[in-house]
Every structure is written in C-alpha cells, then in structure tokens.
Design a protein around this ligand. Structure first.
Ligand SMILES: C[S@@+](CC[C@H](N)C(=O)[O-])C[C@H]1O[C@@H](n2cnc3c(N)ncnc32)[C@H](O)[C@@H]1O
Length: 342
C-alpha cells in the first residue's frame, strides 16, 4: 500500500456518462443493483488485524451490493479509506498498517461504521464528513452532494487555461450551482488574482459552502450568493472571464431509479428536470449578459453530450477530453454566445 494508492484524493471518482446506460450522471464505477441482500453483518469476533477487517469489509460490500462511485470506485479503496478514517490512522500509512491489531473499542467502532455503510447504505463521505478533490479536503454532510467533478482534472491539466486569452490575468469567475463550494474554492486556488462568486439555490448547501470557504481562508475572495442561477446576482462590471457550472443534469426519471446511496444526496443537486437540461438552458440564457467579451462558459453535463450538441449546435460547444474518455465538460466561447442573440 503506497501513499498514492491509499490516499482518497487520488482516487476521486467523477460523475460521468451513465453507468446505467441511460445517459445519466451517476459516476463511473457506480454499480447499480436492485436490492441489498444483507440485513445484518456477519460475526466479527474472529477479526484481529486491519487486514482481516479490510477483507471482511470488501466481502460484505459485495454481499450487500453497495453502490460505489461517490467516494471511490472499488470496494477495496472505499473500505480501506473508511476503516482508516474510523480508526483515526493516517491515510498515507504504508503496508505495515495492515498488520496492526485492532483493540476491542476499535472493533466496536469499525463494526458500527460498516453497519451504517453496508446495511443502512449511508455514503462513506457522510460518515466521515469529508470529501477530497485532489489535495483539497472539503467538509460535507447530507445537505450537499458529495464532490466528484471532472473540473478537478481539467483545472489540474491546464486544459481550461489554454482556452483563455490570459489565464494569469483572470479577475472575475463564477461557480454556478456551488453546493459545498468545492469548485468555487478550486477556482480561487487556480486563479489567485480572481474574485469568485459562488451561487447556490439551497440555503442548506450554502451553509456548508460557508464552512468550506472559511476553512480554506478564502472569505475575502469567494462570495456566496443565494440565488436561482443568476436571478439574484447582478452582472459584474466588465463581465466574468469564466462562468463554470456543474449543475444538476440528471433526467428526473433517472433520479427516480438511483441506488439508495445516491438517493441520500439532495435531489436538488441531481435532478435536471425531464430531459436534464432545465438548469443548463437557464444558465446559458443568463450567461450572455454576464460574460466578458473573451470569456468562456464551462459546463459539466454528464451523459447529455448528444443532447447539448443538438440543442446548442449554434454555440459550437468544445468538448474537453478527459482521461476516461467520457468528455462530458464543454466550453462555450463568449463570441458564440453573443452571436446567438441575433
Ligand atoms: C451537481 S451539484 C454540484 C455541486 C458542486 N458544484 C460540486 O461539483 O460538487 C448541483 C448544485 O446545484 C444546486 N442547484 C440546483 N438548482 C439550482 C438553481 N436553480 N440555481 C442554483 N443552484 C442550484 C444544487 O442545490 C446543488 O448544490
């Protein structure tokens, strides 16, 4: 077990084209199955070391057919993360940690956390109250979706910078549909001279974003707004250089059929209306008045690439290549958006 294999930040799963084949945004690696087959955990009295507990956890994850993809894409990775966090042992421990003995009080804690994850189907990130994007840690709870965006990859690879005339001079940025505030915070780290607006419709989610903005000490540069897309946010002088959004884009019918773990996330964070495009349409309409002349709009759309290409062909969306080939983030240039007004 090397540091890079263990640390959850390196394994951040992303929402992607649907694992269900329905064009949905359930993340890659999500296993969608019909019903849990476990109602209680098997006995754990024989488990001595962390390795024993890890094997046990992987086996009960499998028996219970838990849905993965919110925290990690394999049962091994998620269970190891959850066990280490419950024990309060370092996530960057090496292999020797596996032979450490588990004390009686720790056994009780491990059994309880596995019951919550495997029997009650609580997502691991809600149990640990944290999520990682790259090296950045965010507080999360049931008020927000668990962060898992492709924007981490696109920002880290500088793909977004190549679309900008002068990335080092980016001054005004907005993250629409901010949830936990994770992408607004990534943007603030990526564009150190920028002021970042972060917009969210749910006051409960915005309270979580407040915790994260404060924890990252970005209260001076990241401003939170309670608003339905841009309704309550006036256009900034000169316009935004970057309008970024990871909106709800799952068609409503897909949300109805999600695994239990995903239904524990706020429906508002996932449900993009009958065809998934309701928020995206509004965002593009309102972005026209708010984009700087050489600005860009960046939207993560899950499995809606074909629908976007059909409905917004006149905007000529550019699809950013992602490592897993899902290419579900598009960029739209201001010139196209402004031309579409005519
Ligand atoms: C897919 S989540 C993305 C959250 C975060 N940006 C991330 O990547 O983890 C979408 C977010 O949009 C919010 N939302 C839904 N409808 C909205 C609207 N009309 N205006 C602003 N935010 C909205 C949801 O509450 C949710 O927090």
């Amino acid at each position: 077990m090397r540091k890079s294999k263990l640390r959850p930040s390196r394994r951040t799963p992303r929402r992607s084209k649907s694992a269900t084949g329905a064009g949905a945004q359930v993340r890659s690696g999500t296993r969608v199955r019909t019903a849990a087959s476990l109602t209680e955990l098997p006995p754990t009295s024989q488990l001595v070391t962390l390795q024993d507990w890890l094997q046990f956890a992987v086996s009960v994850y499998d028996q219970a057919k838990v849905a993965l993809g919110q925290v990690a894409t394999t049962a091994h990775d998620e269970a190891l993360y959850l066990l280490l966090r419950t024990l309060d042992w370092p996530l960057d421990s090496d292999e020797r940690v596996l032979v450490r003995r588990i004390e009686p009080a720790q056994r009780i804690a491990l059994r309880r956390v596995l019951e919550k994850r495997v029997i009650e189907r609580t997502p691991a990130a809600y149990l640990t109250q944290e999520a990682w994007l790259g090296e950045h840690r965010f507080y999360v709870d049931e008020r927000v979706i668990i962060p898992r965006s492709y924007f981490l990859e696109h920002l880290a690879s500088d793909q977004i910078d190549t679309l900008l005339a002068a990335p080092a001079r980016v001054r005004r940025v907005v993250d629409v549909c901010t949830g936990s505030g994770c992408l607004a915070i990534l943007l603030a780290h990526h564009f150190p001279k920028a002021r970042v607006d972060a917009i969210e419709l749910s006051p409960e989610a915005l309270a979580v974003a407040r915790i994260n903005v404060d924890a990252h000490r970005l209260e001076r540069r990241v401003k939170l707004h309670l608003s339905d897309v841009f309704d309550a946010v006036p256009p900034p002088e000169g316009g935004y250089d970057v309008v970024l959004s990871n909106p709800p884009y799952e068609p409503s019918a897909v949300c109805d059929g999600l695994p239990v773990e995903f239904k524990k996330e706020p429906r508002l964070a996932l449900d993009g209306g009958p065809d998934g495009l309701v928020i995206i349409r509004k965002l593009l309409r309102q972005a026209r008045e708010r984009l700087a002349p050489d600005g860009i709009v960046l939207i993560e759309v899950g499995g809606l690439q074909a629908a976007m290409n059909r409905e917004f062909a006149h905007l000529q969306p550019l699809w950013l290549p992602s490592i897993d080939g899902s290419d579900c983030v598009c960029a739209i240039r201001a010139e196209r958006l402004l031309a579409s007004r005519a």
